[in-house]
Design a protein around this ligand. Sequence first.
Ligand code: ADP
Ligand code: ZN
Length: 589
Amino acid sequence: MKELIFLEPVVKKLIWGKEYWTVSAHESGDCLVKGGTFDGMHLSEVWRDHKEVFGVETEGEFPFIVKVIDARDPLSIQVHPDDEYANENENGAPGKTECWYVMDCDRDGSIIIGHNAKSRKEAEEMIAENRWDDFLREIPVKKGDFYQITPGTVHAIKQNTMIMEIQKNSDVTYRLYDYNRVRDGVARQLHVDKSLDVMMIPHKDADCYTNKVPGKLVSCRYYDVDRYDISGVRDFEKRDSFMIISVLDGEGGIDGRKIKAGESFIVSGGYGDFSIFGRLSIMVTRLPELYGGLEAGGTKMVCALGYADGTIIDQISFPTATPDESIPKIIDYFKGKDISALGIGSFGPVDVDPDSETYGTILDSPKLPWQHYPIKKVLEEALHVPIKIDSDVNGSCLGEMTFGCAKDLDNVGYVTVGTGIGAGMAVNGQLVHGMGHPEFGHILVSKLPGDDYSGKCPFHPTCFESLASGPAIEGRWGKKAADLSDRCEVWEMEADYIAQGLMAMVLTISPRKIILGGGVMHQLQLFPMIRKKLSEKLAGYIHTKELDDMDEYVVPASLSDDQGIMGAVQLGVLAGIESKANPVKAYYG
Ligand code: ADP
Ligand code: ZN
């Protein structure tokens, strides 16, 4: 359906200023449609009775509220719960996530995001003693700033600030402090205990999950928000689902309608191509795209659905059998889930060269039924979505680089020590590929005196995997690795081989951090031993600030063994971005 929906804002006069609910179907402020096919109807009615306008099959409430907040005085200090807490404590209500674009503020304006308490006890004391200046983290703000406010973030807008806010359709707010204000003799209710329950302690600023796409303000599981600065004309390509356009600054027009700062309107799903002209900045809000991730492991297949911010909303796993058995299960899982793209982290060897004719085909795998199986092509034909594939370990490395302990690092190594040994690596922010993917598990190591184990690798008797994988430990000592925890000599030897492997990695790709995952690394006593041996082996030959802090240099995987599946979903996100030639336009493709 081709329709622009303009709405009459609901105006709320509050103790501190005014709120304009410019797009809302919430019961406490349901906007009326102004003109067009649905003139005079409430947005909630259009949403309920005319789903074709929106082009989505979402159940439940209209997903967003867009507000302009015009604060003359400071707003109260508040914090929102997440879904889980709100569900339990607010009669099944959803939690709240919101984001703010600063449209205007004082030249020396400020905003409150976060607090300075290190523990709940300290927070309780600071609050009880009214030490608000010590407690609250007040930071400078300027026009054009953008903040994602996740549940648990203590926040407040200060005086003389105008904000465009996009939020989930939810209104659960806990008020922590209201500057002791009274109106008509009464103070507004505070919710100190609930605030303390949900508060993130210590505070951490939210990531904006922009995936390095120009103009992207935030992509999370609730919304996807982009900003465009238009001077002249800008074309937007048609999409199936609706979007909300909010004018942040300036004025212009769309299909004969004038639009100006502060206004928001809905572009129906299936509207077709359109152009916006003028001198203006706009914000475009959409439902986020859902991505699929497949971690194709030698022993099990993990399939998951997730968003660009790393949230996994559903996950299943089953043992890896033959392609005939496993592939239909995978297709079954993803079919009809409306994913935008799929990422695969696969056992290897697998062709990961996008320029190769056999891109996405399993190569000479020891798992015979999978040899030369074109897994990417088969899934593409069944699911009709863009797919990106990489080695399982590169996938885990990407997971840690996007969501985990290697965030924002340019050179990173991820080593798994499990049934096999493998490494994912990134150099200059890019996962390493060449003619193939790295096969780090098969570098040669020096066999230790007294080790008479013959080795597990059929190709190389003294490669890293041959001497240090889980099955190698079992082969050498005659017991499962997990049952050898208290045998010091086992882990002395294991730590030495691992340190030899890591040394080779330090000396070649110069990683800023090395992350160790896989079943064997559940033996946490290995970490201090590996760090010590790595330092000894490097023997002072190189000095960097990273190597000076070994405890932070060689670390366990940080995502509770979800680095692989989160990395696979992130490969899907990248597949989505890359499938569209112009990444900005891409979001409307
Ligand atoms: P895979 O490499 O097959 O994906 P894992 O990373 O779980 O799977 O590795 C399995 C290997 O790790 C097995 O050889 C197993 O013996 C070993 N392993 C699993 N759990 C432990 C543990 N807690 N301690 C030591 N070794 C373990
Ligand atoms: Zn080998």
